[in-house]
Design a protein around this ligand. Structure first.
Ligand code: AMP
Length: 283
């Protein structure tokens, strides 16, 4: 595989996209914040199945971090990322800097309702405004036919779908299954923060959620199943549970037995916040 083109300006990105369009090629986009792992690469593989060209953006978006969050220490490893993209066959890495995305005087903010309410927003109130704004910009810059987002960030996937519907952005949003390590831990750039003992605890998150989801699907009382899952997380060694919540799979409205659902959770291990989610089957 050849190295991806590395482009850091919107003008050059648009020129390349125009050339590809002239040649009749379709384009899939994979937005990321870099520190690429197998989860990201699985999105690139789906992108290359869906389209002729894959554009991967690598941009640590400051507007989705609160002042107290880990913007400064978020892992940055561009050379390694580009090598992974070369191996995966992505054709273009879009690597704008903050000034390119948010030039002096930038003031616009996109605020999504519906699926953005609650869950992450209860703990990170400005997060989805930051995500929606940067995703809308990326789509307008690259004008892809489709874009691939991981189910790992399930609420984000629902928010991006809502964004495209509401603003008539002509981009098909494709959800991709969560890639996990052999112990069920969802791959995440933030796993790099975990020490060995914390990793052992983190690996229990998915099993605890799966157990609770099975209980819910079998008709267990929702409040009890969720309280039990929160207790199990603390017992496993998590320091704090932000939420465990059952929601409808598409709208993230409150879940009812018999409907396809998602059980979503966020919990802290030391200074690291992990999220995960599992399906709650309807039957
Ligand atoms: P991030 O770099 O964390 O912003 O993630 C970029 C994209 O990769 C998002 O669509 C994530 O949902 C997706 N992603 C992150 N981790 C995983 C994973 N373990 N499996 C599948 N997709 C993932």
């Amino acid at each position: 595989m050849s190295r991806p083109l590395v482009v850091d300006s919107v003008t050059t990105l648009r020129a390349q996209i125009r050339d590809w369009r002239r040649d009749g090629l379709s384009i899939a986009m994979v937005p990321t914040m870099g520190a690429l792992h197998d989860g990201h690469i699985s999105l690139v593989e789906i992108a290359l199945e869906k389209a002729d060209r894959c554009v991967v953006s690598i941009f640590i978006n400051p507007t989705q971090f609160a002042p107290s969050e880990d913007l400064d220490k978020y892992p940055r490893q561009l050379a390694r990322d580009l090598e992974r993209l070369r191996q995966a066959g992505a054709q273009l890495a879009f690597t704008p800097d903050v000034k390119q995305m948010y030039p002096a005087g930038f003031t616009t903010k996109i605020s999504v309702g519906g699926p953005a309410a609650g869950l992450e927003s209860d703990f990170r109130p400005t997060f989805f405004d930051g995500v929606a704004t940067v995703v809308a910009k990326l789509f307008l810059q690259a004008s892809p036919d489709c874009a691939i987002f991981g189910e790992k960030d399930y609420q984000q996937l629902c928010v991006v779908r809502q964004l495209c519907r509401d603003l008539d952005l002509p981009v098909e949003i494709v959800g991709a299954p969560t890639v996990r390590d052999a112990h069920g831990l969802a791959m995440s750039s933030r796993n790099a923060y975990l020490g060995d003992a914390e990793l052992e605890v983190a690996r229990q998150l998915n099993a605890i959620l799966r157990r609770a989801a099975a209980a819910l699907a079998a008709g267990a009382n929702e409040d009890s199943a969720i309280a039990e899952a929160s207790r199990a997380l603390v017992k496993a060694g998590f320091d704090k549970v932000d939420y465990v919540a059952a929601r409808e799979g598409l709208t993230l409205a409150p879940w009812r037995l018999g409907r396809d659902g998602r059980l979503l959770a966020a919990a802290w291990l030391g200074k690291t916040r992990l999220i995960d989610n599992v399906e709650v089957p309807s039957a």
